[in-house]
Design a protein around this ligand. Sequence first.
Ligand SMILES: Nc1ncnc2c1ncn2[C@@H]1O[C@H](COP(=O)(O)OP(=O)(O)O)[C@@H](O)[C@H]1O
Ligand SMILES: [Mg+2]
Length: 373
Amino acid sequence: MFASAFFIYTMHLDSLKLTSFRNFETLQLTPSAGINVLHGKNGSGKSNLLEAIFVLCLGRSQRGNKDGDIIKNEQDSYRVEGTMHDGDRSIEIAVAVMRRGRKQITINGVKSKALELYERFSVVAAGPEDSEILAGPPSVRRLFLNLYISQQSTKYLENITKYSRILSQKNAALKENIEFDSYNYLLAETGAKIIIARQLFLKTLNKSAGSFYSKFSNNGELDIKYKPSALEEIEFEVDESRIKEQFEARLNEVKEQEMILKTSIVGPHRDEIEFDINSFPARTHGSQGEWRSAAIALKLSVYELLKEKRGFSPILLLDEIFAELDESRSAAVIDSFNDLGQLFLTTALEPPARLAQKALYLNIDSGQVEVVR
Ligand SMILES: Nc1ncnc2c1ncn2[C@@H]1O[C@H](COP(=O)(O)OP(=O)(O)O)[C@@H](O)[C@H]1O
Ligand SMILES: [Mg+2]
């Protein structure tokens, strides 16, 4: 069927079990290692099911949501369990969250950190909410960076975690009017590593997303510009010590201001990415169609980058990508994913026949899933 795609079933989800996850009371599913089509009307739980798979892979939602929002209304906890097949091994994962407790992740029954999930698995999610990466608030763009750079390098995830911890300590010190210089030093040190990682990621992404975008948009141009808040001049130089010095100098400059505002105003937690479409900022000048095409180009690029970096195909979650694309464009998008591994694809419309033929076809209605064929 897909001329350009052959299937390598290295890492995939073998079984999935949900308890009190959003609109699912309980759900048990044995997906195909190849294509899975989830067909059902709006509100049936398609996006929620994709979210559950993401949570199982990385221990968190790809949406900016809090865990408390994910727990089924009026329940006290959710649980996502599954068996991941990795080469010739089977790995049991469970992610459980209590409404007023901490998240519990276990791998093969052993209590584990999310970091260990990032080390083992990889997942890329694309859907209608991705337009927010182009048009939404900066926090969406930072989440995008964090989710996908962390899958390339767990060092990055460690740095983000460390940076956030220091940042909360500094903010607490600011609120209490106590000395915070030592935090600035630590922020600059960890922040420089984050800035470099983001620079490199966006530079690579810019090249590949640009070429995908041109393909999906009749030669439109997409340009990605990193705007690190800690650096006044955006010299793209990969010298950690220079970036650290500049960041620290900037922190000194804004010291008084931060004392007045009682919060930290420069650093990777305030970084921006500017997406230009045909030389104008997409956020203010783009159309919805341009945002959708650019978002798909971004996710395709991320998929390719991760596959290359990790040496296996990430699990791919495509939410309603046909809704706003005509059939030939949808086919072009699907065909663009080379060496497809496991794919979960949702649609409220009839899926394209050539896709449905080879897929495990599931019908979903009010949180119930049945295998059609
Ligand atoms: N925490 C929750 N508890 C119960 N139901 C929820 C929760 N979060 C979302 N829902 C419900 O899930 C449904 C939407 O599911 P969704 O996966 O977005 O549907 P689809 O993608 O098929 O259109 C809505 O009816 C919504 O009310
Ligand atoms: Mg949906």
